[in-house]
Design a protein around this ligand. Structure first.
Ligand code: SF4
Length: 363
């Protein structure tokens, strides 16, 4: 597992600090927001940050050059909020959420720390052409600030793209111009839809009226020509309804760019409710295949996220993407000498084979 938090010895801080690490001083070195490596000793790397010492503890193989860190006063660790060598960089805007999804991998908390200024600085230090994830909790509980963050970032760094994961409960008609004029083709909205029926969707997300709110938001997004990636976590509760969901998406929501069917992540509520909601697609892929076939036949891009390749029949394997973020991805012993390992996403770090797929093994 790639550590996203590193032990650190910080200079005296009054406010949170965003700093980019450099292995050497480059021509475009920015002393106000970059620190340069001075020394490596006993697992510690010492950096010079404007004359102050910043010490980071990291394994010798960890590449930190270009990584953007968030350091907070009084802490003895830092967060790697943007890793230069990764395509899986996500800013967690808040841990608050107005839904309580049965499979949530990051159950919401009530507290909130406003780090928008720091996230804005971090975006400026992202590698050229980066796509930055924005997630939560529900980030659009702070919609104005998120829109500002995207606005300001794109004005200064038009090379950036954003991928916002949102429950789509908070878009209104007033947002249409912004979505059309600023977000346009720069923001992909990842929106979860779990069932073709309001009652079942609302039950899965534990919020009355969520389905109707979502559909109203979809109307706004469609009018603005927004890029939308629908996301459906496959569970025992909705798997038989997936073909009907495919029908709904392709008839009522034809403006969506893509549909991702996702395997369950065994952490948070996903782990707590695993026995009740995990659907073992390695022994029953049929309803998923039927749903995919309906959507594909009607021209919708479909992808499988978080499905190990050996749990997907060969007919549909080409749609399985290696989507598990690099920092929480693992392979298990039975992966052995598997011929497709190089393009397989493997498993979540917290996957437990004793409670997992019945049929996994080398392809
Ligand atoms: S055996 Fe491992 S590497 Fe091969 S498809 Fe299954 S999960 Fe992927």
């Amino acid at each position: 597992m790639i550590p996203l938090r590193l032990k650190a010895e910080l200079p005296p801080l009054i406010e949170p600090l965003v700093v980019r690490l450099r292995d050497r001083r480059t021509e475009d070195f920015q002393p106000d927001c970059e620190a340069v490596l001075l020394d490596v000793s006993g697992g510690w790397r010492e950096y010079d940050y404007g004359g102050f010492s910043l010490r980071i503890h990291a394994a010798p193989h960890e590449a930190l050059d270009g990584d953007v860190l968030l350091a907070q006063p009084g802490r003895s660790s830092v967060n790697r909020i943007i890793r230069a060598n990764s395509v899986h960089n996500t800013l967690v805007i808040t841990e608050r959420c107005d839904q309580l999804c049965v499979m949530c991998s990051q159950p919401p908390k009530t507290g909130h720390a406003d780090l928008f200024a720091q996230f804005g600085q971090a975006a400026m230090l992202a590698p050229p052409g980066a796509t930055i994830g924005i997630s939560g909790g529900e980030p659009l509980l702070y919609k104005d600030q998120v829109f500002d963050l995207i606005d300001v970032s794109l004005a200064r760094r038009p090379d950036l793209r954003f991928h916002v994961l949102t429950n789509a409960q908070h878009f209104g008609r007033d947002d249409e111009n912004w979505l059309r004029e600023v977000a346009k083709d720069k923001v992909l909205w990842g929106i979860p839809l779990y069932s073709p029926t309001a009652a079942d969707h609302d039950a899965i997300v534990a919020k009355a009226g969520a389905f109707d709110n979502l559909m109203q938001s979809m109307d706004t997004l469609a009018r603005a020509g927004a890029l939308i990636e629908l996301r459906t976590v496959v569970t025992a509760r909705n798997v038989e309804d997936l073909p009907r969901l495919a029908n709904l998406i392709t008839t009522d929501l034809p403006f969506c760019s893509s549909w991702a069917l996702m395997q369950l992540e065994p952490i948070g509520f996903g782990r707590m409710n695993w026995d009740e909601i995990f659907h073992d697609s390695s022994i029953d892929f049929e309803p998923i295949a039927r749903a995919m076939n309906i959507a594909l036949t009607r021209g919708l891009d479909v992808a499988l996220f978080n499905f190990p390749l050996c749990t997907v029949p060969e007919t549909h394997r080409k749609y399985a993407m290696a989507t598990i973020s690099d920092w929480k991805q693992k392979f298990i012993e039975s992966c052995g000498e598997c011929s497709v390992r190089a393009r397989c996403g493997g498993f979540f770090e917290w996957y437990d084979q004793r409670r997992g797929f019945a049929q996994v093994g080398p392809v």
